[in-house]
Design a binder for this molecule. Sequence first.
Ligand code: DSN
Length: 480
Amino acid sequence: MSETNQAAAEAYRSALAIIEGVEPRIAGAITAELHDQRESLKLIASENYASLPVLLTMGNWLSDKYAEGVVGRRFYAGCQNVDTVESVAAEHARALFGAEHAYVQPHSGIDANLVAYWAILSELIETPGVAEAGVKTVNDLTEEQWETLRAKMGNQRLLGMSLDAGGHLTHGFRPNISGKMFHQRAYGTDPETGLLDYAALQAQAQEFKPLIIVAGYSAYPRRVNFAKMREIADSVGAVLMVDMAHFAGLVAGKVFTGEEDPIPYADIVTTTTHKSLRGPRGGMVLSTKKYADAVDRGCPMVLGGPLSHMMAAKAVALAEARQDSFRTYAQNIADNAQALAEGFLKRGATLVTGGTDNHLVLLDVSSFGLTGRQAESALLDSGVVTNRNSIPRDPNGAWYTSGIRLGTPALTSRGFGADEFDKVAELMCDVLANTTPEIASTGKPGKAKYKLADGVAERTKAAAAELLTAHPLYPGLELA
Ligand code: DSN
């Protein structure tokens, strides 16, 4: 047991005893969550296990301080310690990613995207509107001038990856606020290969002339060429925004370099900090100097007061990501995804795009005769935690789906390598091959109910336990 884990175990035992004295159900849920995470194969592509130093940094009195504004421009007195925290986190973020500017306040990836959209709209539309009217700020515009400007801001165009091709809700999906803020269109992937088609995207951009092109994804198992994305954006005068929430760890760990690194090519890059980056739950915006001031106005114009305890934890995680060992970790994430994909392919399973070259695999479970919902549930019964996901042009829609999205960041944090991921593919294929949909009242296979053959869940859990015991989570951190 490392000294850190021993000290953390003592700290957590004391903290949980204190919490138990106030609300035992909460102390119980926290403890149960550790057991659940330890005892299941976590393959959710957007989840990870933060280090104990990161987890420990979150719980402290920085939480009690209001600090709206940014370093050097606060709306509250007494923010000197928050200033230290925010400056250190931003310094690490700039150095790690080679970004001109870093804004570490967003509470989530969605918040980071909203800050980015708001900054782009403000920078490109609000400033000229105010300048043309010969006034200092929007507050000095007449009602009529303000309505004209608002109409202009509300009519801008956004081109983002469609949800079923692997884009995110916030990339212009109609039911999301981003789909309502903007006149939106979505780009998809090639129907044959499932890959991004840059020529088709170029033609679509040429026809649509968006203000913003959003690159990045939540469920696309391939790398993106950001130099090509930049060329497309430049050809139509668009701002290039990249949402790297899923693959920030691969950028930080220098697995994605050159044209696969979004920072040198994008105007604004957003991310979460808790996925492959392995930090605390939260978001960040990285930008060129041009957008720095607009981005820094994210709070209080878009966000509530910064969560200073979370910014502190982001700083610790970013410091960890600057260590050489993080590069090894990031490379292992990508290598393990290859092993997982190969494990499925050699057992006859179907993968969207035929494989992966990032951290995730999108398994098409229709070849097992299942919906994503049935597969997700049968796997969960067997101790394998995944999430169902649409595949391109999904006949089962976004609720039942035909896919299961799998990611390697979490189990790679536990030390799983290629052999273990091959075994994971074997176990999953066994579960799926032994699951059958229940016949609905229509006489056809239903989309939700299923039957898992007797004994499969038990044998999968037993095999998973062997893998998990050999790669313990927070070893030595023993609670009740
Ligand atoms: N919920 C995240 C994911 O799972 O990809 C994105 O918002």
